[in-house]
Write a protein that binds this ligand. Structure first.
Ligand code: GTP
Length: 613
């Protein structure tokens, strides 16, 4: 045997994988991941280094006893730049103040001292490829049976105990759950397992699942399932993956591919081991003493208990009696159950808990925070409600700031696309042309391409990744268009390839240099000020030039001085709300400001996009 896998050697020498990679980096050895193989000479060299350092086997026991601690010390130097972020929490600040005196009863202070947490894993893949069976197998073999009761109900996640520690599985398979959570800005999963049946290889939903994981930048592990079947062909799956630019390790890439069978259990231990390895490399940490934050995995109404919500604790610790705030609702935790149905009093990071105490059913993906007491919970809700109102009111204003619309001009931009066409030939032809269009400033990212009409899944992906769906010779069914409209996703269909390419040009150009110009609309003179019980002051005005439009930018001048700049939030003509009032007419103007006085001039303008050649 001449070559050895990195993680096997790490195990043999009782070294953390991270440390092993450091040594390899120091030696200038290139590798793809911890499961890459290294030459025998290198192995010998590493053994010498470890022996000289006196790390590894010699003090292996100590390391094993405190892995978080040892890794912390090793990576302290590199991680210190991350530390300020963590130190901002009051707990952490307090901890750093006391850390010098005693280390025993002190809250973690810097990232390196924050304990590791269990990885949260999601399973995605094509229908019938075995997602549920795989989850069931893991649940059956890796979840400790509860002493009392024993009936585990579906709560949306479960904790598996493996030889490498705890792994938390989101047990709603499929990418809908994944995207719904992500669509709300939360990321729960640390690792995505993409299940591919060995007798079926890559299918449309496999591609979708891969695109979802890539869009979320969540590391993937491929599980080739149904290896027990005589027609299983793992090599075909691996070759097919390379066509998506996903290259398995044994072909020289860095994609981890594990053959498994959910029926016989073959390979499942390996899969769990790879998950733990990956988690170790990701260096997942969370502070159990920090400010609590979590995400709703699932919410439902139970006939007997009432509203039940499964929350994934991401940071801090939850206790029975804590007040929780979700959106603009709050609740007090009356009881907490772990995912196996046992009652618990507290729950730390990476723990899915079922909570009784919410009055409204929270939606998956909603973020959960805690409040000291009921009063603080109400305050938080009040401030959220007011922020929301401000945001709603400011929507028009926001449209007007160039930065918001364009972002910084100097960075490389990416146009995210989902491509749908009638045949594989068309897909390839379009992709070929698009590949030649990329420039230094604008990258084109075809997140997903497929044959046939766009699906609801495409729309979900497009909405989270801000992608445009381009169709060639296929059109979206009405149900999909409706969802796209709701989510603000553009679906564009073309019958001529070059029209589609023109659209891409437009998107690329739009992304690089949209230029906005302020266009004068008209002005009005304030003739009287009317106090309105609900809307504040209304400026009774006469339009002297051009026209005024609702939602236009407004500037109020008094003599030579500009006294206000903001938005014309409402326009009335004889008590009716109107969109526009022309010269020579009287109207009531509602600004988001109450200071207008008789004689003031209100000038309206709007920002318009200028075509760039
Ligand atoms: N032979 C064999 N059959 C399997 C294996 N895993 C799953 N199956 C079978 O494949 C079928 C589909 O399995 P499921 O676990 O329901 O697949 P799924 O991906 O969860 O399907 P959906 O929930 O419908 O998306 C079932 O009949 C399983 O018994 C396996 O490893 N070997």
């Amino acid at each position: 045997m001449s070559k050895v896998r990195i993680y096997t050697l790490a195990k043999e020498l009782n070294l953390e994988n991270a440390r092993m990679l450091e040594i390899l980096d120091g030696l200038g050895v290139s590798y793809k991941s911890v499961s890459s193989t290294i030459e025998e000479d290198t192995v010998e060299l590493i053994k010498q280094i470890v022996a000289e350092e006196g790390t590894g086997s010699a003090d292996g026991e100590a390391q094993a006893a405190a892995p978080a601690e040892s890794q912390a010390t090793q990576s302290q130097a590199t991680q210190s730049q991350d530390a300020p972020e963590q130190q901002e929490t009051p707990q952490a600040a307090q901890a750093s103040a006391t850390a010098v005196q005693t280390r025993d009863d002190v809250a973690p202070a810097s990232k390196a001292e924050i304990p590791h947490r269990a990885p949260v894993v999601t399973i995605m893949g094509h229908v019938d490829h075995g997602k549920t069976s795989l989850l069931d197998y893991i649940r059956k073999t890796k979840v400790a049976a509860k002493e009392a009761g024993g009936i585990t109900q579906h709560v949306g996640a479960f904790e598996a105990q493996t030889s490498k520690g705890k792994i938390v599985f989101i047990d709603t398979p499929g990418h809908e759950a994944f995207t719904t959570i992500r669509a709300r800005g939360a990321n729960v999963a640390d690792i995505a397992i993409i299940v591919i049946a060995a007798d079926d290889s890559l299918m449309p939903q496999t591609r979708e699942a891969i695109a979802h994981a890539q869009a979320a930048k969540v590391p993937m592990i491929i599980a080739i399932n149904k290896m027990d079947l005589p027609q299983a062909n793992a090599d075909k799956v691996k070759t097919d993956l390379t066509q998506l630019n996903l290259v398995p390790e044994e072909y020289g890439g860095d994609l981890i591919v594990v053959p498994v069978s959910a029926r016989t259990g073959e390979g499942v231990e390996d899969l769990l081991e790879y998950i733990s390895l990956n988690a170790e490399l990701e260096d997942l940490r969370a502070d159990p003493n920090g400010q609590f934050s979590g995400v709703v995995i699932e919410g439902k109404v139970d006939k007997q208990s009432g509203v039940l919500a499964t929350v994934m604790v991401q940071e801090g610790t939850l206790h029975v009696g804590d007040f929780l705030v979700v959106g603009e609702n709050y609740g007090k935790i009356k009881a907490m159950m772990d995912s196996a149905g046992g009652r618990i009093k507290e729950a730390g990071p990476s723990t899915p808990v079922q909570i009784l105490g919410f009055s409204e059913v929270p939606t998956s993906g909603e973020k959960v925070s805690s409040a000291k007491n009921e009063h603080a919970a109400r305050d938080l809700i009040a401030s959220r409600a007011s922020d929301r109102r401000d945001a709603e009111g400011a929507q028009v204003l926001r449209k007007l700031t160039l930065e918001d619309m364009m972002g910084p001009l100097t960075t490389v931009r990416t146009v995210n696309l989902i491509l749908r066409a009638d045949t594989q030939g068309s897909v390839e032809a379009i992709q070929g042309i698009l590949a030649r269009k990329e420039s230094e400033d604008v990258k084109i990212n075809v997140m997903l391409s497929g044959i046939g009409a766009p699906t609801e899944g495409d729309v979900l992906l497009a909405s989270t990744a801000e992608a445009t769906i381009l169709c060639f010779s296929v059109t979206a069914p009405g149900s999909v268009t409706k969802i796209a409209d709701n989510k603000g996703v553009d679906i564009k269909s073309f019958r001529i390839i070059y029209e589609l390419i023109d659209e891409v040009d437009r998107l690329m150009k739009g992304n690089v240099e949209p230029v906005f110009e302020e266009k004068y609309l008209g002005r009005a003179e304030v003739r009287m000020v009317i106090k309105h019980p609900r809307f504040g002051n209304i400026a009774g005005s006469y339009v002297t030039d051009g026209s005024l439009k609702r939602n236009a930018k407004a500037k109020v001048t008094r003599g030579k001085e500009t006294v206000y700049e903001g938005t014309l939030v409402g326009l009335k003509r004889l008590k009716d709300d109107v969109r526009e009032v022309q010269t020579g007419y009287e109207c009531g103007i509602n600004l988001d400001w109450d200071g207008a006085e008789i004689g003031d001039i209100i000038e309206a303008s709007e920002m318009v996009e200028v075509e760039v050649a």
